[in-house]
Write a protein that binds this ligand. Structure first.
Ligand code: PLP
Length: 349
């Protein structure tokens, strides 16, 4: 920020340096996701990317029906509720008892609608961790000529995505989910779909997203993704071992503990959503964990502070007798920390 402060849109040398930094970052991100650099647009984060993909599918690609799920992040849910009015309709797929999308129901819905559909389903759920079979959904969308958007905010930087082989039109990613900077993300737009500019007023991002670029965010996003993918094999198996260890320790130490979603099956290695029997003590658990410097979430972190309960937990398991706590793991956590958390939970509950 003190040496490379040129505006990337300026034609003089200071500007050319930062332009080069952005384009190098785009190439690096594209390579790591096996996409073309022209398919990567830098945005302000997952929310903007989700909004843009959904709006483009409706306005530019002729989608008249939206199929989604009740457990999407609000960045998708609120957006489809906004656009799914008037001559655009909206429906939700059924969920199986473990929270996974019922693919049979998805196919039935796709077959039912003659008008073009937009399917927007997240690759991994940020609250319960369930992982979608993105290829199976993409193949169904192909079969029915539907547009497919997947919110991959929880998986970019955590899984190897090969976008040339994945049948998807749009994906969203966000830097701060893999130790990158906050306030920067990507929207991948497959070369085969042509959409109109989504922010007007300048030629940045090849005329698609006007406004002076977040150069430091973009460079940071690309570097963080590079680091995340370089160490992916080692880090993911270490983090998975932490999650597995915590499941075992919780079962050993807390009576009647349960886990939301498909925690031990097709699930993120970074998230564990636990259900504690509701008692006066467990209702205070998040507060008491915080006092003890243990950071955990109730519903979605993105709405923490608002005591509304979680729409995801409500959709998959509306059990009023359980208190949900979501633990997230990173490469910086240790087994000793898990021992501390479990001991504290035992004491608190
Ligand atoms: C699945 C998912 N989608 C979208 C978002 C929003 O992304 P951002 O905060 O980068 O706008 C989040 C959380 O932050 C998320 O977990």
């Amino acid at each position: 920020m003190t040496t490379h402060f040129g505006n990337p849109s300026s034609i003089y040398s200071f500007g050319r340096e930062t332009r080069l930094a952005i384009e190098t970052a785009r190439k690096s991100v594209a390579k790591l996701l096996n996409a073309h650099p022209g398919e990567i647009f830098f945005t302000s984060g997952g929310t903007e990317s989700n909004n843009t993909a959904i709006a483009a599918a409706i306005h530019d690609l002729g989608c008249k029906h939206i199929i989604s799920s009740p457990i999407e992040h609000h960045a998708v849910l609120h957006t489809i509720e906004h656009y799914g009015v008037g001559d655009v309709s909206l429906s939700f797929v059924k969920l199986l008892s473990n929270g996974h999308v019922d693919l049979k129901d998805l196919e039935e819905q796709l077959a039912l609608h003659e008008e073009r559909c937009l399917v927007t389903l997240m690759h991994a759920n940020n609250e319960i961790g369930n992982l979608l079979d993105i290829n199976a959904v993409g193949d169904l969308c192909k079969k029915y000529n539907a547009i497919f958007h997947s919110d991959c905010v929880q998986t970019v930087g955590h899984y190897h995505l090969d976008l040339r082989k994945t049948p998807v039109h749009f994906i969203s990613g966000s830097g701060h989910k893999f130790h990158g900077p906050k306030g920067v993300g990507i929207l991948y737009v497959n070369d085969n779909v042509k959409i109109h500019p989504f922010i007007l007023g300048g030629a940045q991002e090849r005329n698609m997203r006007a406004g002076t670029e977040n150069v430091y965010g973009i460079v940071g996003f690309a570097k963080a993704l590079e680091l995340a993918m370089n160490d992916h094999e080692k880090d993911s198996s270490y983090i998975q071992s932490l999650k597995t260890y915590m499941i075992g320790e919780l079962r050993k130490n807390i009576k009647c503990i349960s886990f939301n979603g498909d925690a031990e099956g097709r699930s993120l290695y970074t998230v564990l959503s636990a259900g504690f029997p509701k008692t006066e003590k467990s209702e205070m658990i998040l507060f008491n964990l915080d006092i003890n410097h243990i950071c955990a979430s109730g519903g979605s972190a993105c709405t923490s502070g608002a005591d509304q309960g979680s729409h995801v937990i409500q959709a998959i398991n509306n059990n009023p007798n359980l208190v949900t706590v979501r633990f997230s793991f990173s490469k910086h956590n240790t087994k000793e920390e898990i021992d501390t958390v479990v001991a504290k939970l035992k004491e608190l509950i």
